[in-house]
Write a protein that binds this ligand. Structure first.
Ligand code: ZN
Length: 162
């Protein structure tokens, strides 16, 4: 198994090794999480582009991780979110509409879990406050006291929507 070294591969805030192997029985490049490292199997010999496979990996993981985090933070609310979707949108980290349907960006999977948690809490708080007024931020701060630091990591400002 060859180790890829030209890039850094992140998962929930940490860098992990990416191992490559050849598997001609596969139809496409696939990435799995094995023993705290990425294992990429490809049916093609030679140089390959793993970015699509990595994106599929993050999308699958984000469904699992965000579902878990939503279950934990939902306990802070009397109203319940309706559903959530993982989306591919480089303009926002998440959203919540008036029907309490939530979306989350799969790119969140490269950040530490407390960053993921902040976005989860942010969108859940929109179930009660649709805009970013004082009472919205008070509620966010009650559940995520360090949210200002987290926003710096995400590069978002208090005024910008998530
Ligand atoms: Zn927002």
């Amino acid at each position: 198994m060859k180790k890829l070294t030209e890039n850094k591969y992140y998962y929930l805030g940490n860098v992990y090794p990416m191992y490559m192997s050849l598997d001609k029985s596969l139809k496409k490049v696939t990435i799995k999480w094995v023993n705290n490292s990425f294992h990429c199997a490809s049916p093609f010999e030679g140089e390959i582009d793993i970015s699509l496979a990595l994106k599929s990996f993050y999308i699958k993981e984000s469904r699992k991780v965000i579902n878990q985090r939503l279950k934990i933070y939902q306990k802070n609310f009397k109203v319940k979110y309706k559903s959530f979707l993982i989306e591919d949108n480089d303009k926002r980290w998440g959203s919540c509409n008036s029907l309490r349907s939530l979306t989350f960006n799969w790119r969140l999977m490269i950040f530490p879990l407390d960053v993921v948690d902040y976005v989860v809490v942010h969108e859940l708080c929109h179930m009660l406050h649709m805009n970013h007024d004082r009472s919205f931020w008070r509620l966010v701060g009650k559940i995520c006291p360090n949210y200002k630091k987290t926003m710096e990591i995400l590069g978002t400002k208090k005024t910008r929507d998530m």
